[in-house]
Design a protein around this ligand. Structure first.
Ligand code: NAD
Length: 358
């Protein structure tokens, strides 16, 4: 099979980690008989430097015409003083909107070999963690009506949280499909004891669940979910929630893994199209120094294989390779600990390649 991937390396360590990821994809292609065809596009600071805007039309069109997008990271101090609409981060918002990305998938995986990086006690995490937060990305309070009005206490500002049945249905379907490929367990997080929009959310999620009899569904209030993530994170498999609750809970879930250089993410649109990128930023402090951990981006490519191309076996091969290299004690600086072997970006890439045997 042939797959068209738009590659947007971006700024800082983006190009460093994307380069290693492409090598890994090629190796997987070779092993399983697939051809991955890449076209590179500019975005963020790199696009500002060369074309004067953070998201050139050519980049958006190129991404739209591909099967999936692999993105490094954008931004850096060089562009920090530019006005809002000219900032590199605008490229991310433009891509989300232009590509119709409405579901953000953030797995928080703690590999057993990295248990010491987790801030929680070892009896709480057991053999590691594997949770995925599915966050609705284009609705809710961030996009509802907003404004100001006069009240008896003076000027007031408001933001309206609004969700339609259609929006909840499509994100719930993504989460249930995902649960079917994982542990078949979903926790839907809301505040249905207080919010009308949460009561609608809960009803629609229950309706979608009827089509997935194998998946175990439970509901949890957001305040309890924030607490349970710390108290007993292994009770979760897939968490599905709205935009703001997801924003907060996905960061909390990432933090308990203790290492930002390890965390992949995906943003999906209708029809399996997706943009895949590491959770971390462009890390300008270590850019171009062969110090960046490429694993988050490599694991993002593994998600691409699983969720956009439906290549689960190929995806598992990448995850196993990452796990094996960690088990052998190799570490980049961000996840280094005593008695481990320190390697650079390129060496880490090579080690992972070596584990993907023909
Ligand atoms: P950051 O994630 O870039 O870096 C935070 C810290 O983690 C730094 O010390 C960095 O060296 C380290 N780090 C991050 N990724 C690493 C990796 N793969 N390997 C080893 N160490 C790693 O966050 P920041 O410093 O807040 O932001 C830097 C720039 O990135 C800013 O311009 C910000 O706007 C941008 N940013 C972009 C994205 C994105 O493109 N999606 C996300 C977050 C931040």
């Amino acid at each position: 099979m042939q797959y068209k991937i738009a590659v947007v390396p971006g700024d800082g360590i983006g190009p460093d980690v994307v380069e290693e990821t492409i090598k890994v994809l090629d190796k997987v292609g070779e092993k399983f008989g697939h051809v991955f065809e890449y076209t590179k596009y500019l975005a963020g600071g790199a696009a500002l430097n060369q074309m004067g805007e953070p998201l050139p039309q050519e980049t958006l069109e190129g991404c739209k015409n591909s099967d999936a997008v692999l993105l490094g990271a954008v931004g850096g101090p060089k562009w920090d003083d530019l006005p809002g609409e000219k900032r590199p981060e605008q490229a991310l918002l433009g891509l989300r909107k232009g590509l119709g990305l409405f579901a953000n998938l953030r797995p928080a995986i703690l590999f057993e070999a990295l248990k010491e990086a987790c801030p929680l006690k070892s009896e709480i995490i057991g053999d590691g963690l594997d949770i995925c937060v599915v966050r609705e990305l284009t609705g809710g309070i961030y996009f509802g009506e907003k404004g100001f009005k006069e009240t008896e206490y003076g000027k007031a500002a408001y933001d309206v949280k609004i969700y339609s049945e259609g929006e909840v249905k499509r994100i719930a379907k993504i989460a249930f499909d995902m649960a079917m490929k994982r542990g078949k367990k979903i926790t839907s997080v809301d505040k249905a004891n207080i919010l009308e929009s949460s009561r609608l959310w809960r009803r629609v999620v229950q309706e979608v669940a009827i089509d997935y009899p194998e998946v175990e569904l439970s509901h949890m209030y957001v305040d309890n979910a924030a607490m349970q993530l710390i108290r007993d994170p292994n009770q979760f498999d897939v968490i599905v929630t709205g935009n703001m609750f997801g924003d907060i809970l996905s960061d909390e879930a990432s933090m308990i893994t203790g290492s930002i250089g390890m965390l992949p993410s995906a943003s999906l649109a209708e029809g399996n199209f997706g943009l895949y990128e590491p959770v971390h930023g462009s890390a300008p402090d270590i850019a171009g120094q062969n110090k960046a951990n490429p694993m988050a981006t490599i694991l993002s490519a593994a998600m691409m294989l699983k969720y956009t191309f439906n290549l689960s076996e190929e995806s598992d091969v990448i995850e196993m390779a990452v796990k094996s290299v960690l088990n052998q004690g190799y570490r980049t600086g961000d996840i280094m600990s005593p008695n481990m072997k320190l390697v650079g970006t390129k060496e880490m890439g090579q080690l992972i390649l070596k584990e993907i045997k023909n």
